[in-house]
Write a protein that binds this ligand. Structure first.
Ligand code: ATP
Length: 234
């Protein structure tokens, strides 16, 4: 298993955010993590990328406890995190932003840059433009592109469609599917549950820090509780 969380508990001071979360992502899968605001989705991603330390339970990458990998070594271990709110470097060009993603190993940077701009033709057209002047959708493409520059085996995406126009959302989901076809596993946090379940193979539903449902995406799409709570149906 590429990623395994076993009974992970995480707290912010006195506030417990995760109350024993167990989940798995296998090589090459798209797995989605659904849940209402405050359910613990962002906390789960931040724990996997080593930004938060569990107070109980364990995160393993390739069977190795995460606690044995220094946080700065995680990228080398194949995990790339695209946080909520797409943090691009506003005064750096698109090219410079992308190259920042290859900082730990520059050997393949040129080839990887080609690959990323082939995936996002919009970025190719704006390669010399300052990151801060891109539209929201283009900044999201840049944030994902930058994460791909480190050649991850697993990419953690936190609400990539947030605040974007429907047409751009569709492009972002198509690109996620394409990245996955190239062999990268994806753990996708989304408010847009219907689109996430359409590209995912499996999903988990979090409620107040606990996994309350875990199933194939097809089964979750058909589940009455999911349809009511996350797909806006009654
Ligand atoms: P959203 O969809 O709103 O981003 P989420 O599912 O990602 O929600 P988290 O951001 O993981 O939820 O938050 C889980 C819980 O932890 C919430 O109750 C939240 O208030 C709390 N929390 C998150 N960050 C902090 C923090 N820095 N300090 C204290 N409590 C926090």
């Amino acid at each position: 298993m590429l990623l395994t969380l076993s009974d992970v508990e995480v707290a912010y001071g006195a506030v417990t955010a995760l109350r024993g979360v167990s989940l798995e992502v296998a090589e090459g899968e798209i797995v989605t993590l659904l849940g209402a605001n405050g359910a613990g989705k962002t906390t789960t991603l931040r724990t996997i990328s080593g930004l938060l330390r569990p107070k109980a339970g364990e995160v393993r990458l390739d069977g190795r406890p995460l606690s044995s990998i220094p946080a700065h070594g995680l990228v080398g271990a194949g995990v790339s995190h695209v946080p909520e709110g797409r943090r691009v470097f506003p005064s750096m060009s698109v090219r410079e932003n992308l190259l920042m993603g290859a900082y730990h190993d520059r050997r393949h940077a040129r080839a990887d840059l080609e690959r990323v701009v082939a995936l996002f033709p919009r970025l190719a057209e704006r390669i010399g433009q300052a990151g801060g002047t891109l539209s929201g959708g283009e900044q999201q493409m840049l944030a994902i592109g930058r994460a791909l520059m480190s050649r991850p085996r697993l990419i953690l995406l936190d609400e990539p469609s947030m605040g974007l126009a429907p047409m751009i959302v569709q492009t972002i989901f198509e690109v996620i599917a394409e990245i996955n076809r190239e062999g990268v596993a994806v753990l996708l946090v989304e408010q847009n549950a219907a689109s996430a379940l359409r590209i995912a193979g499996r999903g988990y539903v979090l409620e107040t820090g606990r996994v309350v449902l875990a199933d194939t995406a097809a089964a979750l799409l058909a589940d009455d509780r999911v349809r009511q709570a996350y797909l806006g149906e009654d």
